[in-house]
Ligand binder design. Structure first.
Ligand SMILES: [Zn+2]
Length: 165
């Protein structure tokens, strides 16, 4: 996969948002930036704990902000950058929002399995197959920096400390 200079600029911004999330109670170190025509239209980090809202993933938070900013629920032509491979909910929401391209940093293999909603099926593969024409999806941009935000794939995390257990 070849990335443009802009891709790296936006991912760097998503990583900075993830660090903000890491530092704030109720937020989590997943950052997202939605860009259209060279400008940020929505961005944020995971606010699940802050909002007591299981859907407040960084991507959903950012989509809601973009929709409010533009007073438009369709984000055609936008690119969504996220530090961690988006879950099935966020990938589907991107399709509903008409986002044409998703770029993520760390993928499933780069982090602990506790971050993903289903341990046996990669929902992104399923969605990519089912909606091939609607969505371009690519991961691995700045993967080292992104993966460093999360617990590693082989870490021994006690069950009660696992998110999403
Ligand atoms: Zn999600």
């Amino acid at each position: 996969m070849t990335w443009t200079e802009d891709d790296s600029i936006w991912m760097r911004r998503a990583i900075a948002l993830a660090h903000d999330g890491e530092a704030l109670p109720g937020k989590n170190p997943i950052g997202c930036v939605i860009v259209r025509d060279g400008a940020v239209i929505g961005e944020g980090c995971n606010e699940v704990g802050l909002r007591h809202d299981a859907t407040a993933h960084a991507e959903i938070v950012s989509m809601r902000r973009a929709g409010a900013n533009l007073a438009c629920e369709e984000l055609r032509g936008a690119v969504l950058y996220t530090t961690l491979q988006p879950c099935g909910m966020c990938t589907m929401a991107s399709i509903w929002a008409k986002i044409g391209r998703i770029v993520y940093g760390a993928g499933r293999e780069d982090v602990h399995p506790m971050y993903f909603e289903d341990r046996h099926l990669d929902t992104v593969d399923f969605i990519r197959d089912a909606f091939r024409q609607d969505l371009s999806l690519a991961g691995g941009l700045m993967v080292r920096e992104c993966a460093a935000l999360y617990v590693g794939p082989d870490a021994d995390v006690p069950k009660e400390e696992q998110v999403n257990r």
